[in-house]
Design a protein around this ligand. Structure first.
Ligand code: 13P
Length: 253
């Protein structure tokens, strides 16, 4: 299975900076492909929705995919400010992040809502990147496994298939803090996620599970070499061309 490095730009970027960053990534990838200096993982850029078209235009024809950060669970309707997965597909997206902890916290998104959004993404022919992860308090209380089990049972649609689903393990306490779990802790949770998916949907071995939370060029090789890690969901470091490139090139295929 091919590795996957996704850049979640969150609410950052302007038309000008998005164009420069996306072009920079696309050029480095094309340069690498042209020189045949080794394969690269799949790379996905997830800018804020108004920047999708400029980023899509900048990476068109290159080996870079477009992703969105969220969507509404319905196909259309009276939902001011929301965007449907169907429209995101039409705008060139291949992936949609759902259930990011910032959406769960800032917008009160529940497992049930995340599951409906993931279904909408799938119905639109796109691949959901479904985020799960415990808070610091939950880790301290020793209930990480229970939290992950609850989120997996509630947030992953019943009809999900491994080939068209991505799970991102993002411990909330590691996001934007510079702190990361140990490799053993990451491996533990990834193995739990794979077993849960396998039990509920089958083909767990084919599921791509990303790690997210303070992944940088400096720790990417270590994190990405961990057993059961198939790529990374990167926040802050995905806004820096050199750092993001270090992460991309650190990903085992
Ligand atoms: P940071 O890489 O900035 O910690 O963010 C991780 C994240 O939330 C990606 O979705």
């Amino acid at each position: 299975m091919n590795g996957l490095i996704a850049g979640n730009w969150k609410m950052n970027g302007t038309l000008a900076s998005a164009r420069t960053l996306a072009q920079g990534i696309a050029e480095r990838i094309s340069g690498r492909v042209a020189k045949s200096t080794g394969s690269l993982p799949e790379v996905v850029l997830c800018p804020p929705a108004p920047l999708l078209s400029v980023v899509g235009g900048s990476v068109a024809g290159r080996s870079v995919m477009l992703g969105a950060q969220d969507c509404h669970q319905d196909v259309k309707g009276a939902h001011t400010g929301d965007v449907s997965a169907v429209l995101l597909a039409e705008c060139g997206c291949r992936y949609v992040i759902v259930g990011h902890s910032e959406r769960r916290t800032d917008h009160g998104e529940t497992d049930d809502l995340v599951r409906r959004k993931a279904s909408a993404v799938r119905d639109a022919g796109l691949i959901p990147i479904i985020c799960v992860g415990e808070t610091e308090k939950e880790r301290d209380q020793g209930v990480t496994a229970a939290v992950i089990a609850r989120q997996m049972a509630g947030s992953v649609p019943r009809q999900s298939q491994a080939a068209t689903t991505v799970i991102a393990y993002e411990p909330v306490w590691a996001i934007g803090t510079g702190r990361t779990p140990t490799v053993a802790e990451i491996e533990d949770v990834h193995s739990q996620i794979r077993a849960l998916f396998d039990g509920a949907h089958g083909h767990g071995a084919a599921l791509r599970i990303l790690y997210g939370g303070s992944v940088k060029g400096s720790n990417a090789s270590q994190v990405l070499a961990a057993k059961g890690v198939n790529g990374a969901l990167v926040g802050g470091a995905s806004l820096d061309l050199d750092d993001f490139w270090r992460i991309i090139t650190a990903c085992p295929i």
